[in-house]
Design a protein around this ligand. Structure first.
Ligand SMILES: [Zn+2]
Length: 234
C-alpha cells in the first residue's frame, strides 16, 4: 500500500466482524505504531432480523465477542451505534438518523484516514452505509468541514472492489486475524469467515502477481485490497 502518513484511523463497520474480514491486516499494522490511534465504529447491533440464525440469539453475545477480538487485534478504541442489523432499507428515518450520527462522530473524532464499506456489495447494510459515507464525505468536503481527512479507503467483505492499493498481510498478522475471527463464535457458526479471508487474500495476490511479477514477497502472503482515495480526489 502507498505509504500512508496517518495519526488517527477510523474504520467504519456495518457489523461487528467486518473490521477483521475487511481490514484486519491494516488494523494490526496501524495498531503497532505508537503514534497512530485506531478507532473501530460498529454501526449496528445484531437483531432478530439477522442473517446468521444457527445459534441462540442473544443481543449482547456478538458485542462481547467484538471486545475479545479487539484485545487480540490490539487496537485501542471500539465504538458502537445502536441501529438494528438490517434496519435501514424501507426505514428512511433510521437512515437519516445514521447519517446525522456518522457526521457528528467524524466531526468530533477528526480522523485523517477513514476505512469505509463498499456501497456496491450484496449485503444491504454495507450498501447503505457505503452509500451514506460517499454522500457525507462529499457534502462535508464541499462545506469545508472535513479538511482533516487525508485518505479514504474502500474495503471489501462481500464483493469485489475496484482496487488500486494493496496491503501485505504478514504471517503473524494472519494468525492474529484468525484468532480474532475465532472470537466471533456466533458468526463462525454460520459462515467460515476464515476461509473467506483466505480466499479473498489469495485471489488478490494471484491477480496482483499477474501484473507485478517482480514483487516476489507477495507470492507467499495474503493481500488486502482497497480503493484508496486521496484528499485531492474526494
Ligand atoms: Zn458486515
Amino acid at each position: 500500500m502507498a505509504k500512508l502518513q496517518v495519526r488517527k484511523v477510523l474504520v467504519i463497520c456495518p457489523h461487528a466482524d467486518d473490521e477483521i474480514v475487511g481490514c484486519g491486516g491494516a488494523i494490526i499494522h496501524f495498531s503497532k505504531k505508537k503514534k497512530v490511534e485506531v478507532h473501530v465504529l460498529v454501526c449496528t447491533k445484531e437483531s432478530t432480523r439477522s442473517i446468521a440464525k444457527s445459534y441462540a440469539f442473544n443481543p449482547m453475545h456478538r458485542v462481547r465477542e467484538s471486545y475479545q477480538a479487539k484485545e487480540i487485534m490490539g487496537y485501542q478504541h471500539l465504538h458502537y451505534f445502536n441501529f438494528p442489523e438490517l434496519g435501514f432499507n424501507g426505514r428512511p428515518g433510521n437512515k437519516k438518523k445514521l447519517e446525522v450520527q456518522l457526521n457528528e462522530f467524524i466531526q468530533g473524532l477528526r480522523p485523517d484516514c477513514i476505512f469505509v464499506p463498499n456501497s456496491e456489495e450484496m449485503h444491504p447494510d454495507h450498501r447503505v452505509i457505503g452509500g451514506l459515507m460517499n454522500n457525507i464525505i462529499h457534502e462535508g468536503k464541499k462545506k469545508g468541514q472535513f479538511d482533516f481527512i487525508r485518505y479514504v479507503l474502500i474495503y471489501e467483505v462481500w464483493g469485489p472492489v475496484k482496487m488500486n492499493s494493496y496491503f501485505q498481510i504478514s504471517k503473524s498478522a494472519k494468525t492474529k486475524m484468525e484468532n480474532g475471527m475465532s472470537c466471533y463464535r456466533s458468526q463462525m457458526a454460520s459462515v467460515d469467515y476464515k476461509r473467506i479471508i483466505e480466499f479473498l487474500g489469495n485471489q488478490r495476490r494471484q491477480k496482483f502477481n499477474q501484473f507485478n511479477t517482480h514483487i516476489k514477497g507477495f507470492k507467499k502472503t495474503l493481500i488486502e485490497g482497497y480503493t484508496l482515495i486521496q484528499n485531492d480526489n474526494f
